[in-house]
Design a protein around this ligand. Structure first.
Ligand code: CTP
Length: 231
């Protein structure tokens, strides 16, 4: 069953969950991503026959069966894992809530509290989608790239800027806090030309719709590579 679907033979990479940026052996910077959206997408891609690699930050979900699972912690580890597999993949769906900053210095000793304020100095982490674009942008067989944007204002404007800035084929824009951490999703699907604002309800339905769109984008990519669509 898993091998017979419309995505059979397609290599699809999905990132999921938060990253953790260590401060000391017992503390880290992170966020509340549960990983549920990415895991739902990975399972759906697998069920449609794709050869799936799920690259996940620390979450409470068990690794799904019948896919390749790569567990990571930090943004840098996730970036290395994505750059290891995504350039040779057919599509990558970045649902991960990657930390944009990490502590400049990791303290091997547990940091002791002091009287008064304390300042934590942060450095930028790599932008994984931008790093991937630098590697694949000149290829006609560059993988289909899908990103996510969580926004508290100007949902379409900010999401479209990310779509263009990161050279994506599709971006899923989530209003926050509405769909962060919950089961349902009020996402918009935005590509280069259209904004699809249908309500999708459960994350499982949204995962199905995203994979339907990825399938369509893969057929367009086939046509770019071969000058025609695959039968
Ligand atoms: N992303 C990434 N590498 C990062 C951060 C985010 O690849 N270091 C990906 C996410 O997986 C997601 C998309 O980029 O698909 C989110 O875009 P981004 O601009 O990073 O979102 P925010 O971090 O929310 O950015 P901003 O603070 O500008 O709203």
């Amino acid at each position: 069953l898993w091998q017979g679907g419309p995505l059979r033979g397609r290599r699809i990479v999905v990132s999921a969950g938060p990253t953790r940026e260590g401060i000391d052996p017992v503390r880290f910077l992170s966020n509340g991503s549960t990983g549920r959206m990415g895991y739902a997408i990975a399972r759906r891609a697998r069920d449609l026959g794709a050869d799936v690699t799920l690259i996940s930050g620390p979450v409470a979900l068990p690794p799904p069966a019948a896919l390749t699972f790569v567990g990571v912690e930090s943004a840098e580890e996730m970036c290395a894992a994505v750059l290891d597999v995504a350039p040779s993949a057919d599509a990558i769906v970045m649902t991960a809530a990657v930390a944009d900053y990490k502590p400049v210095r990791y303290s091997a000793e547990k940091v002791k509290k002091q009287p008064g304020d304390m300042t934590l100095v942060l450095d930028r982490t790599p932008d994984i989608l931008v790093a991937l674009d630098a590697v694949v942008r000149d290829r006609c067989d560059a993988p289909v790239r899908v990103g996510f944007a969580a926004e508290t204002s100007d949902l379409v404007g900010h999401a479209r800027a990310k779509l263009e800035g990161k050279n994506l084929d599709l971006i899923i824009a989530n209003p926050v806090p509405a769909s962060f951490g919950g089961d349902d999703s009020e996402a918009l699907l935005i590509d280069r030309t259209t904004v699809d604002a249908r309500p999708f309800g459960a994350k499982a339905d949204l995962a199905g719709e995203i994979m339907r769109r990825v399938h369509g984008l893969l057929l367009e990519r086939d046509a770019r590579i071969h000058g025609r669509s695959r039968p």
